[in-house]
Design a protein around this ligand. Structure first.
Ligand code: PBG
Length: 322
């Protein structure tokens, strides 16, 4: 009790604060999300996500090589197709942008961890994450397509595939398909507890993946539910997920903490596009200190219990931590 107890003693100097700090950030925990599209020489800034770009494969390689120099060791790729159709067939085209990017990245940076987002919404004309019939997103038919996407990414050389669709049973279907084509070493990072969130707004503009009718509430989780996140994570682990993710991160730090306390596997959290856009917009207006806000945000996600953070700040934060 005061005056014996004086917590300020351990805040007196920077070296003492460094010594007693409980949470530390490490660039090796960051995954850098990138958007790849067909073409050559393309580097177009995404208006809703300043500082992020649509890259063609050649320019993507340059960006990732620079990010590697900054200390980034892992990327997750999202693809933009040259054409969309009902079943998102370009998602499982071996010659599409993502598959080409995986091959090129693995060749130029063999030690880079290459993760691919496995979903159909960027590739379907209706913008939903699965096959649609009479206005309903069908679950089981979609699994076959997702498995084809994952296999196509694995054959290109991806280290991990990350299904983000929220269909039931997709982790098991993907695991089985990967093993069938002799890719037992490819890991699955599942978007296990993915919420139907307003914070994906900027991404949908970036990926051109906004649903053309309805919304994603019949497959993504209700923001009000946390117990259900534990169910989702448990099911994905039973089906063979190697890493489980909570998404978004900031409005769901309690969920990250609960998953941390319930399961003994690596946990990822996705610091999503809306979280990025809010911070950048406030900083651009001079309302918050950009660098401090980035590091504080990432620290909070780590402190909540995430081992791995997917973040559009990855490259900048890695530079700040050097
Ligand atoms: C695709 C997908 C989305 C995100 C990652 N994968 C969008 C969505 O579900 O609508 C969001 C990423 C972000 O907002 O940064 N299913």
């Amino acid at each position: 009790m005061f005056p014996v107890a004086r917590p300020r003693r351990l805040r007196r100097t920077a070296a003492i604060r460094d010594m007693v700090r409980e949470t530390s950030l490490d660039a090796r925990d960051f995954v850098y999300p990138l958007f790849v599209r067909p073409g050559q020489g393309v580097r177009n800034e995404i208006s809703s996500m300043p500082g992020n770009y649509h890259f063609s494969v050649d320019r993507l390689i340059e960006e990732v090589a620079s990010a590697w120099e900054d200390g980034v060791r892992s990327v997750i790729l999202f693809g933009l197709p040259s054409k969309k159709d009902e079943t998102g067939s370009e998602a499982y085209d071996d010659e599409a942008a993502v598959q080409s990017a995986v091959r090129a990245l693995k060749q130029s940076l063999p030690d880079l961890v290459v993760i691919t987002d496995v979903c159909l919404c960027e590739y379907t004309s209706h913008g939903h994450c699965g096959v649609v019939k009479e206005g309903t997103v069908l679950n089981d038919v979609t699994l076959e397509l997702l498995a084809r996407v994952a296999v196509s990414h694995a054959k290109a050389g991806a280290d991990m595939v990350a299904p983000s669709d929220m269909m039931d049973g997709r982790v098991g279907a993907i695991r089985e398909a990967l093993d069938d084509v002799d890719c037992p070493e490819v890991s699955i990072l599942s978007y296990a507890a993915k919420y139907a969130s307003a914070f994906y707004g900027p991404f949908r503009e970036a990926a051109g993946s906004a649903p053309q009718f309805g919304d994603r509430r019949s497959y993504q989780m209700d923001p009000a539910n946390a117990e259900e996140a534990l169910l989702e994570v448990g099911l994905d682990l039973e089906e063979g997920a190697d890493i489980v993710m909570v998404k978004p991160a900031l409005a769901y730090l309690d969920v990250v903490r609960r998953v941390r306390e319930s399961y003994h596997v690596p946990i990822a959290a996705y610091n999503v596009s809306g979280e990025y856009a809010m911070l950048v917009a406030a900083a651009d207006n001079g309302w918050i200190d950009r660098e401090r806000a980035i590091l504080e945000t990432l620290t909070s996600i780590k402190r909540a219990g995430a081992d791995i953070i997917l973040t559009y700040h990855a490259r900048e934060a890695a530079r700040l931590l050097r």
